[in-house]
Design a protein around this ligand. Structure first.
Ligand code: PAF
Length: 289
């Protein structure tokens, strides 16, 4: 596996690959890799001739300096895991290499209304930062396909909008959430949980999974409230938002009959660690109330 630190070495690899008619799969990450990331790499390796994984903690998508400072970094472990997973190259640039003209940008991406709700409300500027780095990676790597985890359900919708508005020719592949045996969605942030917090964190998925059954006999509002009440009753846990939305527009729904595609998206503070997860109510919901 090639370890690439500079844009010029990356462009050389990409040009050589495309000149030889090879397809490129890109897996953008912020490192501290876990099985969830590796499932994206695995899929990219299977579907493309060349797989490039970027490892870059992107400062422009953090609206909280402490969050950026404490974000886990494990570069050596990451490189070892990626080599074992069969990645062709890892692109791990410095901030200066990624943003030679500085991190500030005048360009405002058109990300649609999907970027204004949920994370957009609670993390102002976050998705502009994501679009800034992902569009730059797309322009440098010119991937045939790019892989993103469904844990970040809203991020995928926003990236699809960015690709459309910026007219970038790439197929966005959404890969299902990977969970620990106790149900906790795998996330780099899980490493920041204390043992006590780690013990209760699976309650997020437990509450969501329970609510899928509950929803068969209850309204959207009651389903929403039961999830929030159950999680907030647990020590160390506080729901920041839980929204039951149309999976296509990400706008809130009031009735189960409003859309064939309904997803519950949640963010919970477990102590100081911000965890996100989601669950699909429809099409899985078979009986409507
Ligand atoms: O999902 C992430 O880890 C990041 O938002 C991404 C897509 C790598 C951009 O920095």
């Amino acid at each position: 596996m090639q370890i690439i630190r500079t844009v010029s070495d990356l462009v050389t690899l990409v040009s050589r690959s495309l000149d030889n008619g090879k397809s490129i799969g890109l897996v953008p990450t912020m490192g501290a890799l876990h099985e969830g990331h590796l499932s994206l790499v695995d899929r990219a390796v299977k579907e493309n001739d060349v797989t490039i994984v970027s490892v870059f903690v992107n400062p422009t998508q953090f609206n909280n300096p402490t969050d950026l400072a404490t974000y886990p970094r494990k570069e050596e472990d990451d490189f070892r895991l990626l080599a074992a997973a069969g990645a062709s190259a890892v692109f791990a640039p410095s901030v200066e290499e990624m943003y030679p003209e500085g991190t500030a940008s005048d360009h405002v991406f058109d990300l649609g209304t999907a970027a204004e709700v949920m994370e957009g409300k609670f993390r102002p500027g976050h998705f502009q930062g994501v679009a800034q780095v992902v569009s730059r990676l797309f322009r440098l790597c010119r991937p045939t396909r790019a892989y993103f985890g469904e844990k970040d359900f809203q991020q995928i919708a926003v990236i699809r909008n960015m690709v459309a508005s910026e007219k970038i020719d790439v197929q966005i592949v959404a890969v299902p959430i990977r969970r620990a045996d106790d149900g906790l969605a795998l996330s780099s942030r899980n490493a920041l949980l204390t043992p006590e917090q780690r013990k209760v964190a699976p309650e997020i998925h437990a509450a969501l999974a329970y609510s899928v059954d509950y929803a068969r006999e209850h309204s959207v509002r009651a389903t929403h409230d039961t999830v929030v009440e159950r999680i907030n009753a647990i020590p160390h846990m506080e729901v920041e938002y839980f929204e039951i939305v149309d999976g296509r527009t990400l706008l809130p729904v009031e009735e189960w009959s409003e859309s064939p595609d309904i997803v519950g998206c949640i963010t919970v503070y477990c102590g100081k660690v911000r965890l996100i997860d989601n669950i699909r109510y429809r099409p899985h919901l078979t009986k409507k109330c």
